[in-house]
Design a protein around this ligand. Sequence first.
Ligand SMILES: [Zn+2]
Length: 391
Amino acid sequence: MNKLGVPAAAAYPQPSESAAARLLNLVHLTGSVSRAEATAQLALPRSTASEAVGELVELGLIAQGPPARQAGASRGRPSPQLYPDPAGPVVVAARLDSSEAELAVVGLGGAVGHRRRIPLTAKGKVPKRTFSALAGWMREAVAESGRPCAGAAVGLAGMVRATDGLVHSALHLDWKSVPAQEILAAELPEIPRVEVGKDALFAALAEHHRGAGRGARILLMLTCEHVGIGGAVLQQGIPFTGAGNAVEAGHIVVDPTGVPCSCGMRGCLEVSADGRALGDPAEVSDLLRRAAAGEPSAVARIGAAAANLGRALASLTNLFDPDRVVVSGLLGEYLRIAPDRIHAELTASVVARTQSPTVVAGSVASPVLIGAAERAFERLLAYPRLLAEAV
Ligand SMILES: [Zn+2]
């Protein structure tokens, strides 16, 4: 683990702490950094830094450019700027929901390109067909980029086992027990790492690396597009996954007498605070608009859902003691419109009364896609020689 909180990927051929890996992480997260700054920030001896730069340049991962002009940087020799090699490797990331697949090719440093949205037909939602088509689109997007591919990751809403990408259930897609990662990996044998994961986990990684979760020690992420609420917890960037299915935050019970949930319980967070709790899906955006404008009946409905969110946050805070909570999608709207209702419930947590987490809205656009890309890069970042030794 380095001080930027980049997770060490387990079981890779070399530990992520190599100087080259740490430097590559820094260039990836900053997009551009001077050699002197990098050497100081990573506390590397000059000769080690120089070797690491040489290795990464030779591997085609980073490039060196002329020093950036900086006010006040007049002392000493100017230091060259390090940035991702524009011809270097990419990853391909995707997000699947009930109506479409969205995918993009992402380079080191986080530059997003070759982005597309492809509608899914009902027939196309059969898992094998979905992944076969998705693999084709992914391969095409990578070929268009003309760059080597270091990994692929696909995020979807549902209960997805972190250990092997088995989709236990995905309401949107009507899938049950689908070995999604195994299917996709078989379709993309040329890509060194292929992963299918839970959307909330990828969103958490995106916020941790590039958004509202930056610098958090324990980050709790809750996401909601319309149906279902996903959760994830990162401890210094490392996901807490239990045996694979931990942090099913959508199924925290907030009202034991509430409406039945697909999981078999009653009054789970997701049925009490996702779009279904607000009524007709077609009217949700109108309702949010009216509530933001202060119309009392709309404020009351959003407030009730926000209070349910706060109740779940109280339980989750008791369990995980996060210092930061990031809420995104519809839940971000609740925070914007009815923060008091959320905070009032949160203070019921004995842990929050000791030290309350900061609750903020997500700040990364397309967090699932961006987080999937971060995940797909993990192996290369931990082991910069990955592609060189694969050939
Ligand atoms: Zn439930």
